[in-house]
Unconditional design. Structure first.
Length: 276
């Protein structure tokens, strides 16, 4: 759980930096891929990517020792980290309800830590590996077409797509059973991990740059927690400690609910001009 929480801290801090950079990139033209390229010219986005890389290493370590449902809930808790960072560094005022939500997230994670068993012993089927690859390709297509979406549905759709992309990464890590070059080249899960991660970043960048941040982040939290958790339990054999399944379910629900209450912190609410 320490590695999962380390990943949450890295991802939460990265969100503050990447959100400001996405706004500074401006609407411009050339579609969503061009938006991502413009964001990559911002030093804050690059530092954020560095933190994301470190967080990803923590995430891999956590997924090798914990069930997906525990890791997914911990990653959703990165919103609590973002809220605290924004309050401390950007002078963002948190309401009493939001401070309560931070406490709720911590309580949910504590329950999960007590109830979680080891990762499941299931290695996953080849069918599941190919399904993950197909989903990742579909999400990549959604990322390139995201600029055509408009209206109130844009934020939730792009956010949910980003969440599914991060969920593909979570599941794919568990479906890679060998790091030998030959095994990686023939494992569809390896390609699903790369494509799903890239699509998730593209969709999230677009969602942060335009549309409702709260709706997009709520969609992302749902996409990256519920689906992967179900796959872990049903297909990969994730279980809880003896007699503590109820505590794991309660902890998961509490942590995700607390994260949803902090959805507005999917983007740092500070004007770019104030960050120079």
């Amino acid at each position: 759980m320490v590695c999962a929480l380390g990943a949450a801290v890295c991802f939460g801090a990265a969100t503050v930096l990447q959100a400001v950079a996405a706004r500074q990139a401006g609407p411009g033209g050339g579609g969503e891929a061009a938006l991502l390229l413009r964001a990559l010219r911002q030093w804050r986005y690059l530092v954020g990517l560095g933190l994301d890389g470190l967080g990803f290493l923590f995430q891999i370590a956590a997924l090798r020792t914990l069930p997906i449902y525990a890791v997914g809930a911990a990653l959703a808790a990165s919103l609590a980290v973002t809220a605290v960072v924004a309050a401390r560094l950007l002078a963002v005022r948190l309401s009493g309800t939001e401070w309560g939500a931070v406490g709720v997230v911590c309580a949910g994670l504590a329950m999960l830590g007590l109830a979680s068993g080891p990762e499941g012993g299931g290695g996953g089927s080849d069918t599941l590996r190919w399904v993950m690859l197909g989903v990742s390709v579909g999400l990549l297509a959604l990322g390139f077409a995201g600029g055509r979406l408009s209206g109130p549905a844009r934020g939730p759709v792009l956010g949910l797509g980003a969440g599914f992309g991060f969920g593909v990464v979570e599941v794919s890590v568990r479906l890679i059973d060998s790091l030998a070059p030959g095994a990686l080249l023939t494992n569809p899960a390896a390609y699903a991990l790369l494509i799903g991660g890239g699509a998730a970043f593209m969709l999230l960048t677009s969602a942060l740059q335009r549309g409702s941040v709260t709706a997009a982040t709520a969609g992302m939290v749902i996409g990256e927690t519920i689906g992967p958790a179900a796959i872990g339990v049903v297909w990969l054999g994730d279980r809880t400690r003896e007699g503590l399944a109820w505590l794991a379910v309660l902890g998961f629900a509490v942590a995700v609910a607390g994260a949803l209450a902090l959805a507005r912190f999917g983007e740092a609410p500070a004007a770019p001009a104030e960050q120079e």
